[in-house]
Design a protein around this ligand. Sequence first.
Ligand code: PEP
Ligand code: MG
Length: 756
Amino acid sequence: MEARVGVTGARRLLGGLRDVMAGDGNAQERLDRIVRLIAADMEAEVCSAYIMRAGDILELCATEGLFPESVHRTRLRVGEGLVGAIAATARPLALSDAQAHPAFAYRPETGEEVYHSLMGVPILRSGRVSGVLVVQNRSQRHYTDEVIEALQTVAMVLAELVATGSLVDVEEQHPTQGIATLPHRLDGVRLNSGLAIGTAVLHEPAIVIRQLVAEDPEAEAVRLGIAIEEMQRSIDRMLSSSDLAHGGEHRDILETYRMFAEDRGWLGRIREAVESGLTAEAAVQKVRDDTRARMKQISDPYIRERLTDLEDLANRLQHHLSGGVITAAAETEAEDVVLVARSMGPAELMDYDRKRLRALVLEEGSPSSHVAVVARALDIPVVGRVKGAIAQIDAGDQVVVDGDNAQVLVRPSEDVQAAVETRLAERRSRKASYQALRELPAVTRDGVAIGLMMNAGLLIDLPELEATRADGIGLYRTELPFMARQDFPNVADQTELYARVLEQAQGKPVVFRTLDVGGDKLLPYMPETVEENPAMGWRALRISLDRPGMLRQQLRALLLAANGRPLSIMFPMVAEVAEFATARRILNMELQRLGPRGKPLPSSLRVGAMLEVPALIWQLEALCRQVDFISVGSNDLMQFLFAKDRGNARLAERYDVLAPGALTCLAEIVRAADQGGVTLSLCGEMAGSPVEAMALIGLGFRNLSMSPSAIGPVKAMVRSLDVGPLRQYLAVVTRLPDHSLREKLREFARDHGISI
Ligand code: PEP
Ligand code: MG
């Protein structure tokens, strides 16, 4: 009897299904014909289709063999009875003696007591259970794997019929509960704080499969073979490309890909599905749905990760079949976009409509990755390293992104949604109160004026200057526009860009930092170097001094852009005074070039150094004699002080910038800058957190540069602060052996009514 099924049997069954689907009649009539067809083909006395309705109810919508009166009457909850168990686990179940199973729930209206064996499979679409398809036999039949496979294939076609919404309203097909679709939480790493709720948009949307059943299975097998080869070749290419050679983690992932991409079991299952009559796309989807269903049941992190790899490969294979990757940027119509991606470059992120972009969820990424830097400029919460995000979030899902707690809530319950809305409303009203502060000066209660500047790097940041009433741009990261391009911008292009920045700044000072690339900030058009420790490698000013042509072009462009206006330039990652002196000489050469060509000189030129490398702290006296200002890059400085890679998520919480040692170091920098009579500011992430900014002001910093969204909260802190008592308090606590002074400083703020 089982011999009928196998490959040719499945193919014949699919052929029959295709005829039904293409034939006349409404959805119900077609479903009736389908269950009849399956029962006959599989030599089962019963075939029934249960479709998911609102409230997690599985309703018997068609049957061959059970009493017809039970159709649309028999209903089971997810988890109830054998049918409910199949839906809850999203896995097939085959029992030769079904009634002996503890989960069996007898429904007298169906007349099923005479059938002993039962086999059922979930009707899955994009990993969601939309129903259950069941066959039953009088005898104690032992259903073979081939029969189960065949029913799964049929269920896949049926899923399409269900998805049209003509059987059960599409609205109803997204139940709020049930294991397969339970709201769930995904954890990651905070790449940018903030809170948002919105509709999931997959950056690389799932392929829409237009045809499930193949016209010509042999031709499909050939198409699949070509796509598999292409995929394997592209993975090999990626693996051998030099930019990944140094990224240990990437390489491991890709090695695993390659291993799986050649995995006979996985490929074999896809080939079999094609042989059974599915199109290549549908075959990949079938195996993929099965993997997803298994993933939901597995808690072992290692196995889950392997299954995630397979999910990923299926995605790649589908893109090869469809002939290329299309991103959602141009297509999405969602109003509140929560973008979900494996990884993406800064330029790709900028393709999305900024006004509708609410949050970003990445499977990869680290806090200093380019895309995170850009997302921060866009002021959206970002959670990275979210394992399985693409597999577990469907396009259209409601998603809450809680950047503060590095969590993503998928399909949150109504309670959670309401709570999030409340928190968002609170944030909005807090923001409004910051708006009210805009016109007020950033002066402490005891009369100390604090310069609040903003960090920028893209033209889209500039309107924030007016919106926040920041005193200027304390750090303009010139590398960001470079990263978003395919080739190195020439002097004319750069001049135009910097001139636009200065124009939009409307006379407020802008501190241009020269190119800070290398490390993790790679330019697509620069030769790659393989380095053991890129953060401590050939980057920033080191590259500029070794390739002075590039630096000269940039300095020339800055001078031309100033066109007689004031100009501020600073050099990143200065490790010793001699380096600064060399850079300054190059700048002087460019200055001297201007005059004879009749170009106006900047009305004033201020040149500074970023203090990011600890060695420079012991040369501050000499440095102060050569610079107009110093800006502490606390992100890099702390990374080097603590010997803690800033991109390493594992160490993200390990050391605190509010540690006594770190604060003592910063106090020493303040002392030396004061003595040298040089303007000092700080432009790392520290400046934008109210409690950290409070500590910095207590240590003597008077200029801070931060992301635009931080200006309101920091100004509120400044205006509620008395510096005198804080300075005294810090002088005492920085001597303590504590791991961090964060809690003490928070309590100090609470006791003194300081708004943090
Ligand atoms: C820093 O290191 O603190 C800094 C502001 O520079 P970046 O984050 O661009 O390295
Ligand atoms: Mg830096």
